[in-house]
Design a protein around this ligand. Sequence first.
Ligand code: SF4
Ligand code: SF4
Length: 120
Amino acid sequence: MNTVLSCSVGKCVHNINGLCSAREINVGGLKANTSSDTQCGTFAEKGLKNAFTNLANMNISGELKQVFAKNSIEMSPKIICNAENCSYNNNRICNAPNVQIKGLRAQMSEQTECETFIQK
Ligand code: SF4
Ligand code: SF4
């Protein structure tokens, strides 16, 4: 099952119109009990340097699929997550059908969070 991820972290280099163009993301929150204890560790601030250094993690085929399949969301990264207290965590892989990463003004990973976190 492919998780559909949406993200409000506008300053992240991977964010394209509220979707995440990374092939894979790492969500952190080892001892998390609430959403605010989690963060997207793959966040990288928009800018020329990060645009190049993060190119290898870009989900190019997903992005192209989205261009061709208008209105259908095909761009979804694999989510590796260490928030073991979350009910959606299955051996450090997220199995939620939809994930929302939040951080409208975030300028670093610590200011982002997984809003979908639900305590076990
Ligand atoms: S903050 Fe994380 S989920 Fe959001 S676009 Fe960046 S890498 Fe993707
Ligand atoms: S929903 Fe849970 S398992 Fe999935 S990324 Fe968020 S915190 Fe991790």
